[in-house]
Write a protein that binds this ligand. Structure first.
Ligand code: F6P
Length: 437
């Protein structure tokens, strides 16, 4: 893995931020380029490096304000674009980007592109919005994004033409894996043309599935909202003989929302996520497990992530959304029918309540902890962009904000580790079988 970050050129301008370089003078400090954060903090890795003097432990650049910057704040033009599905906190990020650029660096040419990458190509036909503190000051109270969003690929050549025509110096892209893959292609085109345009990503997805980023903004708010549905399902399940509460949550490839919500609200008895295949029948299948659970405890709560069990359904692999994802069949409704027919077939009287909070969990405004996270992500994105870093996103690793090359972040998707701590917590909290076969 190569965690080095590209730069547009030497940063020669003194930063307008009034910070210090001395520790102990009670003034916040600039971050120097040699401050790095270890990728792996385990003692074993550190010792392996100590034993081999030639090896240097893998590390990230620490994010934060640099003493010198690349762009002249009086002259640089900056763009912001939000892409992909909605996500709590997107407006917080837009607001903080604008406030940091305007009040701290004195950047006054900030443009918002409408409806994702479609706003960056002439065929989209969308106007550009001037973003000022007056426009963004109250937007964090609302879910969604004031810029609008869209899915789908746009030609990177055409996008870079637009950036060139507008004389843009920095483009902040707020989005998930598809958006970041697009940002990487734009960055490559910018590099091929030898342009001085910085591409800075802010990782946004409720699915929390970006590699090398411990958490993405919006994830915490989304799983917290999902908890209301789980509580409702539990109350309903306990309120009837053989009550079954079934909750479907978003999570196309990664089951972080379902797994995390289930540990946070431990009334859940079984979690099904895309990373861990399950089986309906057989000794250790879901249906026999459910019958046992009803027999012994009289009720059950099941949380199912939308991307699991697609092999049980007749998904048409050719039907794709604008991001190129295969359109999922509804596993929640499938399980609802299947459980009902299986229990009926063996004469078990039951009451099944199905809850799908759907888009409610991602269209809400950010909770306070996510808002805090968004503000700091955005401030660090501005520091990186003004300094001339490029082809990177602001990540969070070992509790520190760091610079992550987009190239590495999109190389593979982050999945719940079936041998990791989160999944172990799920198993301990639910008591569900570790294997379904
Ligand atoms: O990417 C986040 C996400 O919420 C996924 O969990 C979900 O599959 C997808 O977006 C659905 O979004 P849309 O209906 O906008 O494609």
């Amino acid at each position: 893995m190569d965690l080095s970050i590209s730069r547009l050129g030497p940063a020669k301008i003194n930063s307008p931020l009034r910070l210090s370089t001395e520790r102990g003078d009670r003034v916040c400090n600039f971050v120097s380029d040699d401050e790095r954060i270890l990728y792996d903090v385990s003692l074993r890795t550190c010792q392996a490096c100590r034993n081999d003097p030639a090896s240097v432990p893998l590390s990230f650049e620490r994010a934060g304000p640099r003493e010198h910057i690349y762009f002249d704040p009086n002259k640089v033009r900056v763009g912001i674009v939000t892409c992909g599905g909605l996500c709590p906190g997107t407006n917080d990020v837009i607001r903080s980007l604008v406030m940091e650029l305007h009040y701290h660096y004195g950047v006054n040419r900030i443009y918002g592109f409408k409806y994702g990458y479609a706003g960056l190509v002439p065929e989209g036909g969308y106007d550009v919005i001037d973003l000022t503190p007056a426009i963004v000051k109250n937007i964090h109270h609302d879910g969604g994004t004031i810029l609008g969003s869209s899915r789908g690929h746009q030609d990177e050549d055409t996008i870079v033409d637009t950036l060139e025509r507008m004389g843009l110096g920095i483009l902040f892209t707020i989005g998930g894996d598809g958006t970041l893959r697009g940002a990487q292609k734009i960055h490559e085109e910018i590099t091929a043309r030898n342009l001085k345009i910085s591409m800075i990503g802010v990782p946004k997805t409720i699915d929390n599935d970006i590699s090398l980023v411990e958490k993405t903004f919006g994830f915490e708010t989304a799983f917290s909202i999902a908890i209301d549905s789980i509580r409702g399902a539990h109350v309903e399940a306990e309120g009837a003989p053989n009550g079954v509460g079934l909750v479907k949550l978003m999570g196309r490839h990664s089951g972080y929302i379902a797994a995390t919500a289930a540990v946070a609200e431990p009334d859940v008895n079984c979690v099904l996520i895309p990373e861990i295949p399950f089986f309906l029948d057989g000794d250790k299948g879901l249906i026999p497990w459910l019958r046992n659970r009803l027999e012994s405890r009289g009720h059950a709560v099941i949380v199912v992530a939308e991307g699991v069990g697609q092999d049980l359904l007749e998904a048409d692999k050719n039907e794709r959304d604008a991001s190129g994802n295969v359109r999922l069949e509804d596993i929640g409704l499938f399980l609802k029918r299947k459980i009902a027919s299986e229990l009926k077939a063996v004469g078990v009287k039951y009451s099944l309540k199905y809850i799908d909070p759907s888009y409610i969990i991602r269209s809400a405004p950010a909770n306070p902890n996510d808002s805090l996270f968004c503000a700091t992500l955005a401030q660090n994105a501005v520091h990186a962009g003004l300094n001339g870093r490029t082809g990177m996103l602001v990540g969070y690793w070992n509790n520190v904000f760091v610079h992550v090359p987009i190239r590495e972040a999109v190389a593979e998707r982050k999945l719940v580790d079936s041998e990791g701590e989160l999944w172990r917590s799920v198993l301990e909290s639910t008591g569900q079988p570790a294997r379904w076969k």
